[in-house]
Write a protein that binds this ligand. Structure first.
Ligand code: GCW
Length: 718
C-alpha cells in the first residue's frame, strides 16, 4: 500500500473514531456510570500500570455484583479486559474483607459496617492497591469509589482513602402510586411495574439499584406517602419481595408507606386507634407477615393527619402514639419508622409555617428508639428558597431526619435546569445555634449534636420510566448530588458538580468549566425568576405549574398564594417577626436576631419574614419595587446566559443530549419570562409603580396570564 494511501486511511479512521466517540446519539440511560474509554493516553497508561489485574478474595451475591462492576468498568475505561489474578504483583488490585490492620488500616468498629478503605501499599516489595471493608457492601462502595476516581481522572497512585457514611439511612422516597402515576413526577410513569411484578424483573430494577449503590443510597420507599392500604396485601407483598430480592445485593433495603387506617380498610376492624389492642395486634401480625416475605424489610414511612391522610389524631391520640405502635411492631425485626412532620391544618388559625413545630416540639423524647421524625428542609414545602425548618435544633431527644425534594415540584418541574446541591447545602450548613455557634443542621441530622443513635436523610425521587430516568438530563445531577451528600454532607456543591460532569460528559476542560458554571448558578436563577427576595408559594394551584400569585379561592386559606405574599398598597411580604405571626420565635435567639429587623434581615429572606413597603430601601440603593423588578429581569437574563453557554458546547456533546438540553432551555426561557411578567404585572396592581424603562415590556397583559389553564399538567394528585 502506498504511504499516502495508508496515511489517508489512518486519518479517515481517526476521524470516524473521533466522530463516533463525540457525536454518537446518547439517550442518557447510563447515567453517571458510563465508563467510556479514557481518551488521554498519558492518564490511561498511568491507570493501566496501576491496575494490571484484580482479585476478589470473597464471594457472595454482593461481591458478584462488585466484581462485575469492576471488570465492566475497567474494560470500558481501558478499552480492554483486565484479568483476574491473586498474585501480588506490581499493579495488582486486591479486594478483601475482614483483614487485620495494616491491610485495612482502620478500625471498622469506629467507622461502621459500610466503610471502606483504598490504599496503595507494598506487599512483598510489590506496588499493589487494596480495597477493603468489613462487609460485602463496604467492598461494593469501595469499588464504586475506585471507579469514580478514574472516571473523574484523579490520581490512583499513593491512595490512602478511608470513607464512611456520615448518615446511616440514606433513602429515596418514591411518591409512586399503585397505578404507576407518580405524584409530582415529571419523568414518565413509575419505573415499578406493579402489574407485571413479581414474575417479570425489568432490567431497570437492577440498573436502578446499581445507580443508587454507586452513590451510597441504601434504602428506598417504593410507594407514595399518600398511601394505599392495598400495599399491605399479600398480592402486593409478593411484588415487593421480588423487588427487595433484586435490591439486596446492592445494599438497598426496601421500605413501604403505611396507611394508618389499614386495620379498618383491610382488617375490617372498627377502629385504627393506636392504643386499641386489636389494632396493635393487627399491625404486629401484618408486620410479621411482611418480614416473612422480606426478612430485611427496612420499615415504614408514614404521613399521618396531613392533607387528608388518616392518623392517630382521628382517635384523639398523638403522633408519638401512632409512631410508637408501628415502631414496637417492627422493632423485634430490626425495622424503623420514619414519621413525617409535614403537618398543618386549615382549621388551625396559626401561620402554616409554625404548625409542624407546634405539633412536634412538645413530643420531643416521647418516641420509641427506632423512630425517626422526618422533617422537610424548610418549614413550608420545598420552595425555591426557604429558611431551614425550626424543628432542626429543637428536638434533642428525638432523631430527626432530613427530607429533601429531588423532584422539582416547585423548581420548574420537568423543563427547568436547576442543580439542587446549592439548595441542599444551604440548609445543611445553616446554623441552628441550638448549642451555640456551629450547631449546624447537618450536625443535627448526622447525630453528632445530640447523640442521636439513629440518623437518616431522604430525598423525594425524581425518577420515572423516561429513557434517561429523570426527564431532564440535569435531573440526574440532583439524584447524584442527593446520594453523595447523604454519604458526606461536607462535600461542596461544586465538587459534586465536578464529579457528575466528568462522569457524564466527555472529559474536556472547557465543557467541564462551562457546565459547572451553568449548574452552580442555576438555583439562584430560578429563585430570581420565580420567588425572589423571600417570596414563596405563589405558583399555580394544584399542579403547581407556573405563576399564579393572584389565586385566592383555593380549597383552604393556606393553599392560596395571597396568604403568603400579602401584597397590598403599602407593600408585600409575610410578617413573621413579633410584629406578625412570630414564627421567628421558633428559632434560637441568635437566629431571631439575624432576621427580626427588616433593615438588617438578609434580603434573600426579606419577604419571608417581613411585610415591607414598596419604597423600602434595599442594599443596592433601589426601592423594594425596583429590586423586585431587577431580580425578575436578572433571572430571565441568566437563563439567556445559560442558553449561550450551552450552545457553545455543541462541538463537545453528542447530538441527542445536546439537543435535548437545548430545547428544554428554550422552554425554560419562555417559562421564566412567563413567571416574570405574570408576577410583576400582578404585583404592580398593588405597588402602582412602573416597571423601570430600561427593561423590555411584558408582551401580554395580566388578564392573559390569569386566563391560562393547564388541566393536564403532570404530577398532580392521584
Ligand atoms: O407539597 C406537597 C405536595 C404533595 C405531597 C405533600 C407531602 C405527597 O404538593 O403532592 O404529597 O407535599 O409532602 O406529603
Amino acid at each position: 500500500m502506498k504511504l499516502s494511501r495508508y496515511i489517508y486511511i489512518v486519518i479517515l479512521n481517526l476521524c470516524i473514531n473521533l466522530l463516533s466517540s463525540v457525536c454518537h446519539a446518547d439517550d442518557g440511560y447510563r447515567l453517571w456510570l458510563r465508563y467510556d474509554k479514557i481518551d488521554d493516553p498519558a492518564i490511561l497508561s498511568q491507570y493501566k500500570n496501576q491496575v494490571r489485574s484484580f482479585f476478589f478474595y470473597d464471594a457472595s451475591p454482593t461481591i458478584t455484583v462488585a466484581k462485575k462492576e469492576l471488570s465492566d468498568g475497567l474494560k470500558g475505561l481501558f478499552g480492554q479486559v483486565v484479568p483476574e489474578s491473586n498474585a501480588a504483583n506490581n499493579g495488582s488490585l486486591l479486594i478483601r474483607k475482614n483483614q487485620p490492620i495494616p491491610f485495612s488500616h482502620i478500625d471498622f468498629q469506629t467507622y461502621g459496617k459500610e466503610a471502606f478503605t483504598i490504599y496503595t501499599m507494598k506487599v512483598d516489595g510489590k506496588n499493589v492497591t487494596t480495597i477493603s471493608a468489613n462487609t460485602d457492601i463496604g467492598i461494593l462502595y469501595g469499588v464504586f469509589h475506585f471507579l469514580r476516581l478514574m472516571q473523574t481522572r484523579q490520581s490512583i497512585q499513593n491512595l490512602a482513602i478511608i470513607s464512611a457514611p456520615k448518615i446511616q439511612n440514606r433513602l429515596l422516597n418514591h411518591w409512586d402510586n399503585l397505578t404507576r402515576h407518580v405524584e409530582r413526577g415529571y419523568a414518565g410513569i413509575s419505573i415499578f411495574n406493579w402489574h407485571t411484578l413479581p414474575g417479570y424483573i425489568d432490567q431497570r430494577y437492577i440498573d436502578y439499584a446499581r445507580a443508587n449503590a454507586s452513590i451510597g443510597i441504601n434504602g428506598t420507599v417504593v410507594t407514595n406517602v399518600n398511601a394505599n392500604a392495598l400495599i399491605l396485601t399479600k398480592e402486593y407483598l409478593e411484588k415487593f419481595k421480588a423487588l427487595a430480592d433484586v435490591f439486596r445485593p446492592y445494599g438497598i433495603k426496601l421500605y413501604l408507606t403505611a396507611r394508618f387506617s389499614a386495620p379498618i380498610e383491610l382488617g375490617k376492624l372498627k377502629t385504627a386507634d393506636p392504643l386499641d389492642t386489636t389494632v396493635r395486634n393487627w399491625w404486629k401480625e401484618k408486620i410479621n407477615e411482611i418480614y416473612q416475605y422480606i426478612p430485611d424489610f427496612g420499615g415504614f414511612l408514614v404521613k399521618a393527619n396531613s392533607e387528608g391522610q388518616p392518623g392517630p389524631q382521628n382517635y384523639g391520640r398523638t403522633h408519638a402514639d401512632g409512631a410508637n405502635m408501628l415502631a414496637e411492631a417492627v422493632a423485634p425485626h430490626g425495622g424503623i419508622v420514619m414519621w413525617r412532620a409535614f403537618v398543618y391544618s386549615n382549621e388551625t388559625p396559626e401561620d402554616r409555617v409554625k404548625q409542624a413545630y407546634s405539633e412536634f416540639k412538645p413530643l420531643d423524647g416521647k418516641f420509641e428508639k427506632n423512630v425517626l421524625v422526618q422533617v422537610k428542609n424548610g418549614p413550608l414545602d420545598f420552595q425555591p428558597r426557604e429558611p431551614f425548618s425550626p424543628l432542626f435544633g429543637a428536638m434533642p431527644q428525638t432523631p430527626l431526619m432530613m427530607e429533601f425534594q429531588i423532584t422539582q415540584e416547585y423548581l420548574g418541574q420537568g423543563t427547568n435546569l436547576v442543580y439542587e446541591a446549592p439548595l441542599f447545602k444551604e440548609v445543611l450548613d445553616a446554623d441552628t445555634y441550638q448549642h451555640g455557634p456551629g450547631s449546624t443542621v447537618k450536625k443535627v441530622i448526622d447525630g453528632t449534636l445530640d447523640n442521636y443513635s439513629i440518623t437518616g436523610m431522604a430525598g423525594v425521587s425524581n425518577i420515572g420510566n423516561d429513557r434517561n430516568w429523570t426527564g431532564h438530563l440535569f435531573g440526574q445531577s440532583n439524584w447524584y448530588a442527593f446520594g453523595r451528600l447523604a454519604w458526606d454532607h461536607d462535600l461542596s456543591a461544586s465538587a459534586i458538580a465536578d464529579e457528575w460532569i466528568k462522569e457524564s460528559f466527555p472529559n474536556n476542560p472547557k465543557l467541564i468549566a462551562t457546565i459547572k458554571q451553568i449548574m452552580l448558578s442555576s438555583r439562584e436563577t430560578v429563585v430570581n425568576y420565580m420567588t425572589p427576595l423571600g417570596l414563596h408559594h405563589i405558583m399555580g394551584t394544584g399542579h403547581h405549574y407556573g405563576p399564579a400569585p393572584w389565586v385566592n379561592n383555593a380549597g383552604r386559606a393556606d393553599w392560596n398564594p395571597v396568604y403568603y405574599h400579602k401584597a397590598d398598597s403599602f407593600g408585600i411580604g409575610f410578617e413573621r417577626s413579633s410584629r406578625g405571626s412570630n414564627a421567628l420565635e421558633q428559632y434560637a435567639p441568635e437566629v431571631q436576631k439575624q432576621y427580626e429587623d427588616s433593615n438588617t434581615c438578609p434580603e434573600k429572606y426579606l419577604l419571608w419574614f417581613h411585610h415591607v413597603s414598596w419604597n423600602h430601601k434595599m442594599k443596592s440603593g433601589r426601592t423594594l419595587w425596583d429590586e423586585l423588578c431587577h431580580s425578575y429581569y436578572a433571572g430571565v437574563d441568566s437563563v439567556r446566559a445559560m442558553q449561550q453557554q450551552w450552545n457553545s458546547l455543541k462541538p463537545f456533546i453528542d447530538e441527542e443530549r445536546f439537543r435535548h438540553v437545548q430545547m428544554l432551555l428554550n422552554v425554560q426561557l419562555s417559562e421564566a419570562i412567563w413567571w416574570r411578567n405574570a408576577c410583576l404585572l400582578y404585583f404592580q396592581t398593588f405597588s402602582g409603580k412602573p416597571i423601570p424603562a430600561q427593561y423590555e415590556k411584558p408582551d401580554h397583559t395580566l388578564a392573559y396570564y390569569q386566563a391560562l389553564r393547564f388541566p393536564y399538567a403532570p404530577g398532580t394528585g392521584n
